[in-house]
Design a protein around this ligand. Sequence first.
Ligand SMILES: [Zn+2]
Ligand SMILES: [Zn+2]
Ligand SMILES: [Zn+2]
Length: 311
Amino acid sequence: MHKTVLLFCLAFLFGQCAEPGDSESPQLIVLGIAQDAGYPQAGCAKECCVGPWTDHNQRRYVAALAVTDPASNQRWLLDATPDIKDQIRLLDEMNAGHQLTPLDGIFLTHAHIGHYTGLMQLGREVMGAKSIPVFAMPRMVSYLTNNGPWSQLVSLNNIVLQPLSDKKAVKCSKSIRITPFLVPHRDEFSETVGYHIEGPNRSAIYIPDIDKWEKWDESIEEWIAKVEIALLDGTFFANGEIPGRDMAQIPHPFIEESMQRFATLPERERNKIYFIHLNHTNPALAPDSDAQKQIKQAGFKLAEQGQIFGL
Ligand SMILES: [Zn+2]
Ligand SMILES: [Zn+2]
Ligand SMILES: [Zn+2]
């Protein structure tokens, strides 16, 4: 099957297909859309997870992206999730027809379990990877260097840590640049960053975790104006979603809040926004739910696993 057709089919299989572009130009691929715990969540016997426990097609991997450059046969991951095993496989299948390289780098956002623990699959017990560049902010670098089992990945050269600086671009290939920027989040073990991903034609921002838009010293609206694709924290749909837990301790912009905040933006701007990193309790995970309809009617979208954006 022709590559483009195959990519279209895969994207269709996993959900909506958004302007995949020419498969010979760089692409941004959504490898997962769930919060750190994945969907369903361990131990959850509630209504929210009944669907994915019984129907495997409803399961979703933890939020992560891949960036590919067919011209140089390179590919990078943004975040190394607990689902990395299946996500590398998904990426291999989507890249079928290209000469596959090992990963050319992994960009980490922060040290919460959904975002870096997949690194374990690169070690001696599994892939025995050779010198994969892992890009991380300074506290994250020191966390990985000084704590097992991650320190062993460093000492055995499975990974080579590449310190990042706020707002300093990394030139990945001739046509791809990835730039981290700090965002406010519960930074127990590391800083937290979002990423600006620039291709030859389009660019994207990826912010899977942020406490609240108001807590950030930058304007999310200005960022949205600058890019074509904005993959934004959609962890919870609304307040009160986790009964018995103080949601002030785990702040995120509720999708309801974000939709309200962005309601005055022109349609063109709202259309750029894709919510990602959905918690298992988020009603927008359920197919044809009211939450999904509200998001769509307001001009926003949900990121879909397997979705491809041309860059
Ligand atoms: Zn997270
Ligand atoms: Zn659940
Ligand atoms: Zn987090």
